[in-house]
Write a protein that binds this ligand. Sequence first.
Ligand code: ATP
Length: 234
Amino acid sequence: SSGKQQPTAAAPAHSGAAAVAMRRVGMFGGTFDPIHAAHLRMAEAFVAQCRLDELRLIPAGNPYHRDSGPQASAEQRLAMVQLAIAGRAGWQADDREVRRSRPAYTVETLEELRAELGPACQLWLLIGGDSLHQLPGWQRWQHILQLANIAVAVRPGFDAANLPAVLQPYWRQVPDFSNSAASGTIRALTLPPVPLSATLLRHKLAGGEDCSGLIAPAVMQYITRHRLYRSTAR
Ligand code: ATP
């Protein structure tokens, strides 16, 4: 580690000066194949509960092995994200991973974002509750927490006592919105479970089922026009 950015978890610093409120930016990455109602519900909870000024939705690029990867191209998945969030102030579809020539690690994307936003910005990464237990296995995971805070969309019944011990020091029952918390904390987002996944949607679409209500209308039109997800056959 460069030592330039210290995690605030270990030593929260309190500046006495009444500072201008720190800008808060959230990152929500996913395959988004396609983006659906549960993603939008998560994103809304993320914006509200982390009080974000800005949200970046970042579709993953195309993986090396297409046969096991997404059905829609990276460009199509990005276009659907753009359509789904059109008109929402502060929400942006971020094409950095789509433009990349190789798959990106989360830490790399966060490094780029942090470099662009500067140190005086509270950065939040949204992850699914199931990912939390895998976090200690992610590429340079401690550096992720030097760059950002993490908001976890947990399932009902989630108990922080069951967190891996290495994550315990970062955990906050009550999020810290002070200017000292640019990075280094993990908190839960509370949102009702939505029994929906892109996999389920692709099956419904391939079977010709009506998916209105589960997909934004503009995205549904795009899927129809581009004849996406027409068959489950790979
Ligand atoms: P797939 O079924 O293709 O894996 P997905 O919708 O589960 O798709 P992504 O498109 O990668 O997955 O979604 C981005 C993030 O949103 C992931 O962290 C995923 O866990 C989360 N997510 C998706 N659907 C839900 C849901 N219904 N409830 C909670 N989290 C969800």
